[in-house]
Ligand binder design. Structure first.
Ligand SMILES: NC(=O)C1=CN([C@@H]2O[C@H](COP(=O)(O)OP(=O)(O)OC[C@H]3O[C@@H](n4cnc5c(N)ncnc54)[C@H](O)[C@@H]3O)[C@@H](O)[C@H]2O)C=CC1
Ligand SMILES: CC(=O)[C@](C)(O)C(=O)O
Ligand SMILES: [Mg+2]
Ligand SMILES: [Mg+2]
Length: 350
């Protein structure tokens, strides 16, 4: 497995060239793979596994909208689609891809379905690491493995369909069979990872919860809103404020960061912009550093997971989340955004 220099630190990674799909098929040839949950990651991982030639069974609460989606994606009730426990009983690799709160709610039943030598698989360290809150404590006679795609399930699927991969981390919590690592790597490659990097369940969940609350989602939404509001309060039009805050980023500058890094993006902007961005970056860094520290403490102490379990375990949790998302959708900033996006040449008139 390749050792690579990441900015002066040597780390091991496993690419899909080193651990090929042929090897993955060989490792998985006697396994029955069961995907529990058909929300965002469930369909992506199940369909990629299936398209890679592996047989996959989906487990889902019978008859609900996720069940219907599984049916419309080609899973057949009674053959490849079963209620949760029935599915879990059939599996030798049981993939926990219900929401984290859903994993907790169903664990007392799912744990009864595990047989000696099974592999219990997660895409998040949540259930295992915060066991004081979740009470998810697997029996000793199973493997407990993790592959966490570093992206939305939507991208896991779309990248796969485009012939691209997604980066994932992998970890072993428990190796009962002596095959846990092989099983984790094989599933990791088969769900469409371009490469896999090692982590632990704890490192995965601490970094993941920090990242999504921080730069990837929470901070991103917050700083965009702050800049938009500043521009608006000084008399700039919604379209100008939105273009200068979001559209220019997503249509141009972040793509340059994606291609070749931050300095590359800077070097393709005016020297006027470079001077100002270089001066202001440390101010923003220092202003938000305490918020990030606060966030990390809140993750490490279990406060964040407690909040998630409380909020997402109520029967109406999805309606409540949708209401909050609708507030963003219907705000001036994001309705202006919809109008701005509709003006892109490829969307005009559609
Ligand atoms: N959404 C994503 O793209 C990513 C998710 N993950 C992790 O993957 C796992 C799955 O996440 P998502 O796909 O976002 O899940 P989701 O939030 O879309 O989960 C929906 C699924 O959970 C089931 N579910 C929810 N509450 C339930 C309950 N009380 N009883 C039974 N089933 C219940 C639903 O029936 C449905 O199958 C989580 O551990 C998550 O942290 C990791 C990387 C990215
Ligand atoms: C997409 C992803 O990896 C996240 C943001 O961590 C998640 O959806 O939980
Ligand atoms: Mg993540
Ligand atoms: Mg996450």
């Amino acid at each position: 497995m390749a050792k690579l220099d990441f900015g002066g630190v040597e780390e091991e990674v496993i690419t899909s060239d080193e651990f090929t799909m042929e090897q993955a098929r060989e490792v998985l040839k006697d396994e029955t793979i069961v995907v529990l949950g058909y929300g965002v990651q469930g369909p992506a991982q199940a369909l990629n596994l299936k398209d890679n030639g592996l047989s996959v069974i989906v487990g889902q609460l019978e008859g609900d909208e996720y069940w219907q989606k599984a049916v419309s994606d080609g899973f057949v009730p009674g053959e490849t689609l079963f209620p949760l426990e029935e599915a879990a009983k059939r599996g030798t690799i049981i993939m926990e891809l219900m929401s984290d709160a859903g994993q907790v709610a169903t664990w007392p039943k799912i744990k009864q379905c595990l047989n000696e030598g099974d592999a219990l698989y997660f895409s998040h360290g949540f259930s295992i690491v915060y066991k004081d809150q979740t009470e998810v404590i697997p029996p000793e006679n199973v493997d407990v493995i993790l592959v966490a795609p570093k992206g939305s399930g939507t991208s896991v699927r779309n990248n796969f369909l485009e012939g691209q991969g997604i980066n994932s981390s992998f970890a072993i919590h428990q190796d009962y069979t002596g095959r846990a690592r092989q099983r984790a790597l094989a599933i990791g490659i088969a769900i469409g990872s371009g490469y896999l990097f090692p982590t632990t369940f704890e490192k995965e969940v601490f970094s993941d919860l920090t990242g999504e609350r921080g730069v990837l989602m929470g901070c991103l939404a917050g700083v965009m809103e702050a800049q938009y509001n500043t521009l608006r309060s000084h008399g700039h039009s919604p379209s100008e404020a939105f273009n200068e805050t979001v559209e220019e980023l997503t249509q141009s500058l972040i793509r340059l960061v994606d291609q070749n890094g931050m300095d590359w993006m800077f070097s393709n902007c005016s020297t006027t912009a470079q001077r100002g961005a270089l001066d202001w970056a440390p101010k923003f860094r220092d202003a938000v550093a305490p918020v990030f520290e606060n966030l990390y403490q809140s993750v490490a102490s279990g406060k964040e997971t407690q909040r998630v379990l409380e909020a997402n375990s109520t029967p109406d949790y999805r309606e409540k989340l949708t209401r909050e998302l609708d507030t963003i959708k219907n705000s001036e900033m994001w309705t202006a955004g919809a109008a701005v996006r509709s003006l892109r040449p490829d969307r005009r008139g559609k």
